[in-house]
Structures are given as structure tokens and as C-alpha cells.
Design a protein around this ligand. Structure first.
Ligand SMILES: NC(=O)c1ccc[n+]([C@@H]2O[C@H](COP(=O)([O-])OP(=O)(O)OC[C@H]3O[C@@H](n4cnc5c(N)ncnc54)[C@H](OP(=O)(O)O)[C@@H]3O)[C@@H](O)[C@H]2O)c1
Length: 273
């Protein structure tokens, strides 16, 4: 077995995810880049190889809006990498209209929460089995928008009252709750989980959601993911939420254990686990 840490970063063809991939590859990790389309993944790998000739990179492409695709993608990953130490659930969207996927889930909730939830469950055994030197890590890139979110347990697809922001904030709250719940359900010797707000960062997601806002650089946005995914031990307990690098108490809704458990059960049902 190689000494390199193996890190899978979803949505690493662009934005914060691409900057995270670059920094971790530069630090010596083996990085699996993920994106929705193969040409974009191939192009991102080619560019990184130019910049970092010694990097060890792999690519995988699948649409997080399709559970069949997520399941196939997870199978490919498991077949290709015997060890996996870190999963960064980074990919995300801010939708401009309400769409429902072929799985019957509103697209924002499907891509931003159900897909990472499903992917994490499908890869958890491999992550745990790879925790020989240190616990493996799941890192959910959430948002400060989670503080404005509400989990609509009786209408997670927001058939009534959909707005792009309500859907986004609900999904980002779900990211925080997922990480806290994972922390409680998994042995912290084997698997730890964190969530984070990366800052307001100038990416296409920011423009899609908030218009021509001036945001920080993607390198700044990637800092917390890089630290949590890197080789150094993380002293903060599993489940911690970080806002721009600082451990921060998440919204009250995320601290409600009964609500987290109910969301977990609903996610299991929606992901057909
Ligand atoms: N930017 C901010 O200010 C900000 C603030 C708070 C939180 N965040 C969070 O940061 C994370 C990264 O966002 P970003 O700002 O870096 O956005 P971005 O530049 O738009 O990058 C998003 C990434 O996710 C991928 N992706 C989107 N939908 C996908 C799908 N259905 N299947 C597979 N991959 C998909 C994109 O692939 P394509 O390139 O093919 O679209 C891209 O690689 C998100 O979770 C977001 O919620 C961002």
C-alpha cells in the first residue's frame, strides 16, 4: 500500500472543489477528481498535471442528480481505489427553477443532500477500513445559509413554497445535520465527520444564487476543506461545524437530535437505502 492519502472531492472540476484538489495534490495526496461530465473532469486533470507534474490524480464522472449514477460512480470508485481516507462532499448547486429528478426529489435537495448522503453510505465501509493510521474523514461543504434553512420533513421537495433560496438553505442545513449525525453513528476511531461554511467565494454558484456579488478567491474558500482533509490530526471533535475556519455553533435546528434522526430516516427512504 502507498503512503499517500487518498481523497475524493466531489465537484472538483470548478470553484472551491478545484482549488481544494489542487492544494491537496500539491501536498502529496492522491486526489480523485469528480465532476458531472467526463470531458470537464479530463480537462481539469490535464490542467492540474501541467501545473503539478508529479501529482497522482484520478477522475470519475457522474451526475449527482441521479441515484443510479451515484451508485454506479461509487462502484467505480470502490473498484479503482483499494484505500479511501477522505471524502469531501463539496459539489453543490443553487437552482433558478424548481425541477424534480427522475428519483422524484427536488433537484437542489437531490444534488446537495441526498447524493452526498447516499455516496457517504456507499463509501463508508471503505473509508472505515482505510483508517489504519488515523480516522478517515467525511467533510460536508455546507454554508452559512444553513442558519436560514428549515427542514420541511413533510415536504422535502418543497412542492409548496419553493424558492431557490429556501431549497438551497434547506439542503445546506441538511449537510450540517448529516455531519453531526454521522459523528454520532460512526466510531470516531474509524470515521470522523465535519461540516463547514467556506466564506463568500466568487464562483458560478455564487453568481447563480446571488447575482454579481464580489466574493473571495477560491483558494480562500478551499482553506478549511484543505486543513480538514490534510495529513494533520484534527483536534476538534467529530461533528464540528466550522465557519471560515473557526469552530462555530451551528443553527439550533442542526442541534436538535430528534430532527436530525428524522432527517436521517427520510434520507434513507429517499435514497432507497
Ligand atoms: N461560493 C460560495 O460563496 C459558497 C458559499 C457557501 C457555500 N458554498 C458551497 O461550496 C460548494 C462548492 O461550490 P462552488 O461555489 O465552488 O460552486 P461551483 O464553482 O459552481 O462548483 C460546483 C461544482 O459542483 C459540480 N456539480 C454541480 N452539480 C453537479 C451534479 N449534478 N453532478 C455532479 N457535479 C455537480 C460542478 O460541476 P460543473 O462544473 O460541471 O457544473 C462543480 O464542479 C457548494 O456545496 C456550495 O454550496 C459556496
Amino acid at each position: 500500500m502507498s503512503d499517500r492519502r487518498v481523497v475524493l472531492i466531489t465537484g472538483s472540476t470548478d470553484g472551491i472543489g478545484r482549488a481544494t484538489a489542487r492544494a491537496l495534490a500539491a501536498a502529496g495526496a492522491k486526489v480523485i477528481l469528480h465532476g458531472r461530465s467526463k470531458p470537464k473532469v479530463d480537462a481539469a486533470i490535464a490542467k492540474l498535471m501541467e501545473e503539478l507534474p508529479g501529482a497522482e490524480l484520478e477522475g470519475v464522472s457522474f451526475d449527482l442528480g441521479s441515484q443510479v449514477a451515484v451508485r454506479k460512480g461509487a462502484e467505480q470508485i470502490l473498484a479503482r481505489v483499494p484505500e479511501l481516507h477522505v471524502l469531501v462532499n463539496n459539489a453543490g448547486i443553487f437552482a433558478d427553477e424548481r425541477t424534480v429528478t427522475s428519483d422524484g426529489v427536488e433537484l437542489t435537495f437531490a444534488v446537495n443532500h441526498i447524493a452526498p448522503f447516499l455516496l457517504t453510505e456507499l463509501l463508508a465501509a471503505r473509508l472505515e477500513a482505510s483508517a489504519t493510521r488515523a480516522p478517515s474523514r467525511v467533510i460536508n461543504v455546507s454554508s452559512i445559509a444553513h442558519t436560514r434553512g428549515r427542514i420541511h420533513l413533510d415536504d422535502l421537495s418543497l412542492a409548496s413554497g419553493w424558492t431557490g433560496y429556501a431549497a438551497y438553505a434547506q439542503s445546506k442545513l441538511a449537510n450540517v445535520m448529516h455531519a453531526i449525525e454521522l459523528a454520532g453513528r460512526r466510531d470516531p476511531q474509524k470515521l470522523v465527520a465535519y461540516s463547514l461554511h467556506p466564506g463568500v467565494i466568487g464562483t458560478k454558484l455564487l453568481r447563480a444564487g446571488f447575482g454579481p456579488v464580489q466574493g473571495g478567491t477560491v483558494e480562500t474558500g478551499a482553506k478549511t476543506s484543505i486543513r480538514l482533509a490534510g495529513g494533520e490530526a484534527v483536534d476538534d471533535p467529530s461533528g464540528t461545524y466550522f465557519s471560515e475556519g473557526t469552530p462555530t455553533q451551528p443553527a439550533a435546528a442542526a442541534r436538535d437530535a430528534a430532527a436530525r434522526s428524522a432527517l436521517w430516516d427520510a434520507s434513507v427512504r429517499l435514497a432507497k437505502l
